[in-house]
Ligand binder design. Structure first.
Ligand SMILES: *Cc1c(COP(=O)(O)O)cnc(C)c1O
Length: 373
């Protein structure tokens, strides 16, 4: 009897069980660790070059440059494109603060715009209205695993002669209109933070682009501005943001399994859709988009009482993000006009457990807790 109850009602469901995610690859990851320690290349080198080639191919782009993290990847793209002081960069208000930090770190001003109420991704009409004489670039953030409307954004940025950048930190493998994240703009930034769809065992990131000159420039800037042919000549005022060999080799193992892991997330989301009670509305995915469901984001009323029930039942949850970036103290000077959709959504969104290891039973348990009155 006790056993039966335990099976029907799991002790709880973690928001994201990274041990389970990585244990699926435990033998290969252990082998990689031994190989890299023995090999002696720890920053850059053959493991990084191999991962860069594999990841560029996966994104259907010409070049990938391994860097320190996703925030650096965004900043390096902006600097590599020549965006800096005096320039404005259009960003959606509903994103992780890193998108905005990168714009500020490059010396440019973020210009916040509102999002669509259905997908919570950037509203293309709002971008159009925000573009002015100082606008140098638009950052399209593929939030929660779904790509922004890249065809419309590319048409817009081409018409205005400004750059288009993808923040693809939550969208490894996502597609829109058959185009893959990483190959739909001038350049894309990826994060391999452990909890992302493709996660390292530490910090790592990548810049992906089809433009060979931009790739060369960014590779140099991220390596102290070094000349590719003479490591003691510094062509650019650079910095240090390079990928570790260990992270690269671990990422190669996990990249080979990314499509399967993403398919598990898609299946988990379908299960949620089938079992969610009324009043819990998943953020929409547009018909032309193939989301990789980095997060399972719902819109609900009365979030506080729902999260109290989830807490009592041991179900992990999150809010991505409770305060839109234009309302963060760090960015008040750039706040501008109210952005009603992002502000209203911030009060109604709730992220439920999501990972490639989530089981049907766990999803059923989460939905039964949500259905309680
Ligand atoms: C994670 C994330 C980043 C930053 O990546 P780090 O590797 O943590 O620096 C940027 N943008 C978005 C949307 C993210 O989710």
């Amino acid at each position: 009897m006790t056993l039966f109850v335990a099976e029907e009602a799991p002790a709880g469901v973690p928001f994201l069980d990274l041990r389970a995610v990585n244990n699926a690859h435990r033998a290969s990851l252990d082998e990689v660790w031994r190989r890299v320690v023995a090999d002696g290349h720890f920053v850059g080198g053959p493991s990084v070059e191999a991962f860069e080639a594999e990841f560029a191919h996966y994104c259907r782009a010409g070049h990938a440059i391994g860097v320190g993290n996703g925030t650096d990847a965004l900043e390096l793209i902006l600097v590599g494109l020549g965006v800096g002081p005096g320039d404005e960069v259009v960003v959606p208000a509903n994103t992780f603060v890193a998108t905005v930090e990168a714009v500020c770190a490059a010396g440019a001003r973020p210009r916040f715009v509102d999002v669509r109420p259905d997908t919570l991704l950037v509203d293309v009409a709002a971008v159009e209205a925000a573009v002015g004489p100082r606008t140098a670039a638009v950052v399209a953030v593929h939030l929660f695993g779904q790509m922004a409307q890249m065809d419309l954004l590319r048409e817009l940025t081409t018409r205005h002669g400004i750059a288009l950048i993808e923040d693809a930190a939550q969208a490894h493998g996502a597609e829109f209109d058959g185009e893959r994240a990483g190959s739909a703009a001038d350049a894309a930034a990826f994060s391999f933070y452990p909890g992302k769809n493709l996660g390292a065992l530490g910090d790592a990131g990548a810049v992906v682009t089809d433009d060979p000159d931009l790739a060369r420039r960014i590779r140099s800037i991220a390596d102290h501005g070094r000349s590719p042919s003479d490591r003691h000549r510094h062509d650019h005022r650079g910095r240090n943001s390079r990928m570790d060999a260990l992270q690269a080799a671990l990422l190669s193992v996990k990249l080979s399994d990314l499509d399967r892991a993403n398919a598990c997330r898609v299946a988990a989301m379908e299960r949620y859709r089938a079992l969610l009670p009324e009043g819990v509305e998943p953020v929409e995915v547009l018909p032309r988009a193939r989301s990789v469901h980095h997060l399972a984001v719902m819109q609900i009323d009365d979030r506080e009482s729902v999260t109290r029930r989830l807490d009592a039942a041991g179900v992990g949850w999150g809010v991505h993000y409770p305060v839109p970036c234009h309302r963060q103290p760090a960015f008040v000077e750039f706040a501008g006009a109210p952005l009603p959709v992002a502000e209203a959504a911030a009060r109604r969104i709730l992220s439920l457990p999501m990972s490639p290891c989530l089981t049907e039973r766990q999803i059923a348990y989460v939905c039964s807790v949500l259905a309680e009155e």
